[in-house]
Design a protein around this ligand. Structure first.
Ligand code: 13P
Length: 254
């Protein structure tokens, strides 16, 4: 079986200011050291990427953007292009986060174009998928997650799949304290891997990292990471302090 390096990502959302972000980055730099058995990335607000990327230069902790525009340039007031993120020091971008989909009405079509923009700018892409509570209750989880995955990946070619990570984030688990159980996460993650195998072949699916996101914390991370198809975590609230994020990064001996 392919070895997949665990990937712990901190999505800061619209939190932390310059001073708080720099202090956290300094602590992560220090505590993560040069460990290579786990990959770590932070996703600060776009205005702080440049400074944080400089602060983390030479550290394995990478910096990414939380979103990008689906167009490459032009009259799109307020938007930031993937190339601008890369130019500011970002190495990755999150696309299709549930808050983008459900608060800002982003469509599968836009998500697909954003994935394309991210890849074209040389960024690695975390594609987020996940069902609403009412979709889960209506038995639509598999259909929703599969649709968001196939639509999100529709402009990606096989050779680019190594730069893709999928994050399964059930919307009902985000910021609620209601983490998916290991069984619930495992069911979706293994279905997703099988689905990607159908789209791109077994080899690519085996190498693809699938993160879980939704109320991950130091107390539940080890159990979630023990699920065979869970390859990392996309962490919101608990990524905002070293006190919580470091034990998540160190899940294997937390
Ligand atoms: P929480 O960890 O705060 O539930 O947020 C998860 C998330 O949305 C990460 O992208």
């Amino acid at each position: 079986m392919t070895e997949r390096t665990p990937f712990m990502a901190g999505n800061w959302k619209m939190n932390l200011d310059r001073k708080g972000g720099l202090a956290l980055a300094a602590e992560l730099r220090d505590r993560v050291g040069d460990r290579k058995d786990v990959e770590v990335a932070i996703f600060p607000p776009a205005v702080y990427i440049d400074e944080l990327a400089r602060a983390l230069a030479g550290s394995p902790v990478r910096v990414g953007g939380q979103d990008c525009c689906e167009e490459s340039s032009g009259a799109f007031t307020g938007e930031v292009s993937a190339a601008m993120l890369a130019d500011s020091g970002a190495e990755l971008v999150i696309v299709g986060h549930s808050e983008r989909r459900h608060v800002y009405g982003e469509t599968d079509e836009q998500v697909a174009k954003k994935v394309r923009q991210g890849l074209d700018a040389g960024l690695d892409v975390i594609l987020c998928v996940g069902e609403l509570l009412e979709e889960r209750e209506a038995g639509q989880t598999q259909a929703v997650v599969r649709r968001q995955t196939s639509e999100g990946l529709k402009l990606v070619n096989e050779g680019e799949m190594a730069r893709l990570v999928v994050a399964y984030e059930p919307v009902w688990a985000i910021g609620t304290g209601h983490t998916a159980s290991p069984a619930q996460a495992g069911e979706v993650h293994s279905d997703l891997r099988e689905f990607v195998a159908g789209l791109h072949g077994a080899h690519i699916a085996q190498s693809l990292r699938i993160q879980y996101g939704g109320s991950v914390n130091p107390a539940n991370v080890a159990e979630l990471m023990s699920v065979p198809d869970v390859d990392g975590a996309l962490v919101g609230g608990a990524s905002l302090s070293a006190e919580k994020f470091i034990p998540i990064i160190e899940f294997d001996h937390a």
